[in-house]
Design a binder for this molecule. Structure first.
Ligand code: HMG
Ligand code: MG
Length: 298
């Protein structure tokens, strides 16, 4: 049976905006985060503490954290690839961070400039510092259904890295289809294999919609008992290290699917659509959510 409640992790302010070339003001980022929490999102990824040479758009993340209206009950998180990033996040008052690994060696090198095993070694001091400061750590794995450089990725490889991240202390691991190549059958199989060793409650799905398969993959994941999904308002984004990758599945589209299934999320579709419209106006881009476009055309 399908889960009764789903938690959506809104990654638009991070995964969405990180790929934008044009400067976006701190005020516009803050407004986006505040609009999203007002729409009922309970988990929002606000930014990244990474090298500004690698991802210039995320350079102002500390300022964004300082200015958002922190609503009670909402988790505001940030990516931290190493101890330097963790310390910057801590200084900015961040209460939840995420470490990010890859399931393929080539993507690991392109994204964080080290091998998979080196990345896990770098996460160890982050995990220790997080524990000492009572900070929750989420884990990500990229390229779980295919890599732009290495091609096919074995589900067992994904599952084994996920196990390591959980063993290191991550409360949840999000499996990322970075380039959106996955299909429903492969997605089901991946979660079925991962769930042999990891409780389903500790697994999440992160789908980019490059091939238009994200909603089908989310439905397949729901059938496997997965109840946490990452999504991006207005389908913002892409990945700077995966050429041609489009944004994450649009939060509005996932919400419409879940509403239709009678699955509770606590999110208000009208307010969410308004949040998406506002950031698209700032970016001067069409709204990437099919649901938002249809809703507004009614
Ligand atoms: P590196 O060059 O190997 O690092 O990069 P380094 O330790 O040798 O340091 C080089 C320079 O970066 C030094 O500065 C450091 O101080 C600085 P310099 O002396 O040259 O002036 N530095 C930092 N600055 C700020 N914050 C830090 C930090 N660390 C070092 N935390 C590193 C390694 C990991 C830093 C780099 O590769 C990096 O920042 N990568 C980030 C890549 C990234 O953010 N990718 C996008 C997010 S992941 C994603 O989108 C996938 C996901 O959505 C799931 C999916 O879809 O698959 C999560
Ligand atoms: Mg992503």
């Amino acid at each position: 049976s399908l889960p009764q409640h789903v938690r959506l992790v809104e990654v638009g302010p991070r995964d969405g905006l990180q790929n934008e070339q044009q400067p976006i003001s701190v005020a516009d980022k803050v407004r986006l985060v505040d609009d999203l929490s007002a729409a009922g999102l309970s988990s929002i990824e606000v930014g990244s503490f990474v090298s500004p040479k690698w991802v210039p758009q995320m350079a102002g993340s500390a300022e964004v954290f300082a200015a958002i209206k922190q609503r009670p009950g909402v988790n505001y998180s940030a990516l931290t690839p190493n101890l330097k990033g963790f310390e910057a996040a801590l200084a900015a008052g961040v209460k939840e961070v995420a470490v990010f690994a890859a399931a393929s060696e080539a993507f690991s090198q392109k994204n964080i400039n080290c091998s998979i095993s080196e990345s896990l070694e770098r996460f160890a001091p982050v995990m220790a510092a997080a524990k000492a400061h009572n900070i929750r750590v989420r884990g990500y794995i990229s390229c779980v259904l295919g890599c732009p450089y290495d091609g096919e990725v074995a589900p067992e490889q994904v599952s084994s890295i996920a196990r390591e991240l959980i063993a290191m202390g991550c409360y949840e691991v999000s499996l990322g289809d970075t380039i959106g190549v996955g299909t429903a059958g492969a997605t089901r199989r991946l979660f079925e294999i991962a769930a042999r060793d990891i409780p389903r409650e500790q697994l999440a799905g992160h789908f980019h919609d490059t091939y238009g398969q994200a909603l089908a993959n989310i439905y397949a994941s729901l059938l496997e008992g997965i109840s946490v999904f990452d999504s991006s308002v207005a389908g913002l984004g892409g990945c700077p290290y995966a050429k041609g990758a489009t944004g994450n599945v649009a939060t509005e589209d996932v919400l419409y699917l879940l509403n239709g299934l009678g699955i509770d999320t606590g999110i208000d579709l009208d307010r969410l659509i308004a949040a998406g419209q506002r950031i698209c106006a700032v970016l001067d881009k069409p709204n990437g959510s099919r649901v938002a476009r249809a809703w507004l055309a009614k």
